[in-house]
Write a protein of this length. Structure first.
Length: 697
């Protein structure tokens, strides 16, 4: 019997939050007469503890939103105008299948899938969709837009996306919250940090912006964007010169210590202070506190680092993660279950990706790979010259590239091509949907089956549908199954149902019966996985020196790499800009939820009082933010949340909700990081001026 038929008319249904957040909360949806009335955190799930963030607690509002796309739509106006007419599913699917079939017969790589983490689910993400595109021989997508620089940095150092268990942060005595606003982006980690604080732990926030998290920590180190590796190397310098080291751990469980030691000694705190723009005393104090936690002493107790992805969105982001990920081994922090670091735990999940995605369906073909972070350039490329055929069709699901991809003026021009066939699977008429030839209505998390890993804890979660799909909405999987059938693709795996896919995701590695019963299952992992080394690296050690990087012609050791657009390198654009998410949005999700947008108000640029005064900008004024790539207008908030010389363009708003139909990504570039081929959103120089009628034109 298909699980899809198991829908209650009344009661509570266990599920999982689908959004791009490390917490991956367990949900309980209350259903009355077939209608979802409330979404709550599952109190039985230890990591969720019955608590949800402001965004997801409004999930019912999102699912029943008056602007949900609930029937297939066909474009009738120019691309970008958002003018559509209703069309039946059969007519839409027949036309899409015919057009994709014609392209696939001629040049399958001219078809490009574009997707990311609109849902983190393994089923509604890359299961039937991946099988479909592999069968066609379509271009592959390099999914780099959020985390690949950090992932590569972790992999080259620790061997994979692994770390300490999040719950043991509650037992740490020193916690570094590095490159993330935990109160907004990792609420349940913050609960453990607060517990540690009540027990006497010291909390230090390292971030260019004075976030809400920084407000609640004992100290805030407001370094310049892209200088995290310099700070980490200076901490190593102090650990070395003061002998705050665990020599036994370094000897037994690391690789390349002597080489790293030589490099770190080139970074005294005074040098790092100049690069980072912070007082030298802050660096020395942090090193002293961190060194006091070395495992070979019965001293301060474990030190733990909660790293997040903000710090890897600059040119040297991968190296910065390598440097920070090296720190715990210097003091033997991994010996403690409450010591070490966590950026992502996703590598600890035994996901059967080959079974889900079936790369064998490529049948020996090796299609080109298109980097999603440079989609603007890719869509405008005429083809050939090493690129391959010009892109003729894009199928977008679980993403909104017109709003979220960098250098969006180029992205808009690419999606506006009249000769580009674009299909968008969506819940709302986003900026990207406005450029589609067809918009196909997709279900929300309350309406379909899925299964989830996490990157902030180590529990698998199952999502049951709480309600029937609204209107004519269909799960992503159902849409790709229907397209495959219409295109004559006959491999039986293209028709696997969502129950089968959910079971295939982990195979026998996870008790599916427990998932059905409880909604979650905890992976059996050691409390202190690297107390005796055993890293998942080629050597089994924490690799300060990576021979794999050397083989690629890269530096084998972590180092500080200045930004592509370093402060002081341009007289025309003297301010650095970072673009962290607004607290009540998640990338471009939730921007259209009325209650959340009401809290945020409008697009906002935080600017330091000194920088504002120099430009005649007053609090609340409309300003123009610009560089050589473009401009956008927004409201200025004169605030010390921004450090001097850095402005914070809070995102990511839908473009069409902006004052001039643009958002912060009009200014970001398509330059990539040192490792992981990732975007450099926070490596961006701008200027800001008071708005004028002429500037608005």
């Amino acid at each position: 019997m298909s699980l899809a038929l198991d829908l209650p008319r009344n009661g509570q249904v266990r599920g999982a939050c689908p959004h791009d957040c490390p917490d991956t909360c367990a949900l309980v949806t209350t259903v009355v007469d077939g209608v979802a009335t409330r979404v709550q955190g599952n109190a039985g799930h230890a990591q969720t503890g019955g608590v949800l963030c402001t965004k997801v607690s409004r999930y019912v509002e999102r699912s029943y939103h008056a602007e949900r796309v609930l029937q297939p739509l066909r474009r009738v106006g120019p691309k970008g105008a958002g003018r559509f007419e209703p069309v039946g599913w059969d007519e839409a699917l027949d036309d899409i299948a015919a057009r994709l079939s014609a392209i696939a017969a001629r040049a399958p790589e001219a078809i490009v899938p574009y997707s990311y983490a609109g849902t983190m689910g393994l089923v509604q993400g890359e299961s039937i969709a991946a099988r479909f595109f592999h069968t066609l021989g379509a271009s592959l997508l390099d999914r780099t837009i959020c985390a690949s620089a950090g992932a590569e940095g972790l992999t080259q150092t620790l061997g994979g996306k692994v770390g300490m268990k999040v719950e043991f942060f509650a037992e740490a005595r020193l916690i570094l919250v590095w490159g993330g606003n935990a109160i907004a982006s990792s609420l349940h980690f913050w609960r453990y940090a607060q517990e540690a604080k009540r027990r006497g732990a010291r909390l230090v926030c390292i971030d260019p912006r004075r976030t809400e998290t920084a407000d609640k920590c004992h100290e805030h180190i407001a370094l310049r964007p892209g200088t995290d590796a310099a700070l980490a190397l200076a901490l190593m310098h102090e650990l070395i010169v003061h002998d705050w080291l665990d020599h036994d751990y370094l000897r037994d469980h690391t690789l390349g210590w002597e080489q790293l030691r030589e490099r770190a000694l080139q970074w005294p705190p005074a040098r790092a202070a100049e690069v980072c723009g912070v007082p030298v005393e802050q660096i020395e104090r942090l090193a002293r506190d961190y060194g006091a936690c070395r495992a070979s002493l019965d001293g301060a107790g474990p030190a733990a680092i909660r790293l997040n992805y903000g710090m890897q969105r600059t040119r040297g982001g991968g190296n910065a993660v390598r440097a920070v990920a090296s720190l715990p081994a210097l003091i033997g922090a991994w010996r403690h279950r409450a010591g070490g670091m966590l950026l992502s735990s996703s590598g600890q999940f035994p996901v059967q990706r080959a079974a889900l995605q079936r790369p064998d369906l490529l049948a020996g073909r090796r299609p080109r790979t298109v980097n999603m972070s440079t989609i603007g350039d890719a869509l405008l490329h005429p083809g050939d010259a090493g690129f391959g055929p010009r892109i003729e069709a894009v199928v977008v699901y679980n993403s909104n590239p017109v709003a979220v991809a960098p250098e969006s003026a180029k992205v808009v021009r690419g999606f506006a091509r009249e000769d580009l066939f674009t299909v968008v699977l969506e819940q709302f008429q986003t900026d990207t949907a406005d450029h589609a030839d067809y918009v196909l209505p997709a279900t929300t998390q309350l309406e379909h089956w899925d299964i989830h890993s996490a990157y902030g804890h180590t529990d698998v979660l199952l999502n049951r549908p709480a309600i029937a799909p609204l209107g004519q909405a269909r799960p992503n999987t159902a849409i790709f199954r229907a397209l495959a059938a219409r295109m004559g693709l006959t491999d039986p795996c293209l028709q696997d149902d969502d129950e089968a896919l959910s079971r295939q995701a982990f195979g026998d590695a996870v008790d599916f019966g427990a998932l059905l019963r409880d909604g979650f299952a905890t992976l059996a992992l050691p409390d202190a996985p690297f107390a005796q080394g055993n890293f998942p690296s080629p050597s089994g050690r924490c690799e300060f020196f990576s021979a794999r990087l050397v083989a690629q012609g890269l530096d084998g050791l972590p180092d500080h790499l200045p930004n592509h657009e370093a402060i002081g390198s341009s007289a025309d654009y003297p301010l650095a800009m970072i673009s962290p998410p607004a607290r009540n949005f998640l990338n471009s999700s939730f921007v259209n939820v009325t209650s959340l947008r009401a809290i945020e108000g409008e697009q906002l640029l935080e600017i330091h009082p000194v920088d504002a005064a120099a430009r005649g900008i007053v609090d609340g004024a409309t300003v123009r933010v610009f560089n050589g790539r473009g401009s956008y207008r927004c409201r200025a908030e004169v605030s010390t949340r921004a450090r001097e010389g850095v402005v914070n363009g809070l995102g990511i708003w839908w473009r069409k909700l902006g004052l001039d139909g643009r958002n912060v990504n009009e200014l970001t570039s398509q330059r990539l990081t040192d490792l992981g081929r990732a975007p450099t959103f926070y490596d961006c120089l701008v200027e800001v001026e008071a708005d004028s009628p002429a500037a608005a034109k």
